[in-house]
Design a protein around this ligand. Structure first.
Ligand SMILES: [Zn+2]
Length: 150
């Protein structure tokens, strides 16, 4: 019973998130369109006929005008949307557990749960620390200093 309720909540949560992502995307496209319009006005001034573009050409134009940041954002939104369609969204890529809704709300494009993210960060840190410690041990000529706060 409780599990069924959770699954239903999750479904609702994902549906809401999907709406939110679609909204983000259409807002982004509005911004892009207005940029395109401005660009087109400029092009007209240069005597170019650009108001009847084929969609392929238009896509190319969009790609040209979009900043890297906008392009990245559209890509992230598209990827998240297709992961939602596939039912793969919100599942940690490392441990396969569901990522907490609070985390997804704060970071809708994350692919790792908090634990796995922390593990990865810890691993990166301990790798650095291991290197530091080796240098320290070599200097001290001792291996009994195993405090965690080095
Ligand atoms: Zn995980």
């Amino acid at each position: 019973m409780a599990k069924q309720k959770t699954a239903a909540n999750r479904k609702k949560f994902l549906a809401d998130l999907r709406e939110h992502l679609l909204e983000m995307k259409s807002k982004l496209h509005e911004e892009i369109d207005s940029e395109l319009k401005a660009e087109r006005e400029g092009a007209k001034d240069e005597g170019m006929d650009t108001y009847d573009l084929a969609s392929e050409e238009r896509d190319r134009e969009i790609n040209f005008i979009l900043s890297d940041r906008e392009r990245m954002k559209v890509k992230q939104i598209d990827e998240a949307l297709s992961r939602i369609e596939e039912g793969a969204y919100g599942v940690c890529e490392s441990c396969g557990l569901e990522i907490a809704e609070e985390r997804l709300k704060a970071m809708p494009f994350t692919r790792l749960c908090r634990d796995c993210q922390q593990d990865q960060e810890r691993e990166a840190r301990s790798q650095r620390r291991f290197d530091d410690e080796r240098n320290t041990y070599r200097k001290l000529g001792s291996t009994d200093a195993d405090e965690d706060n080095l």
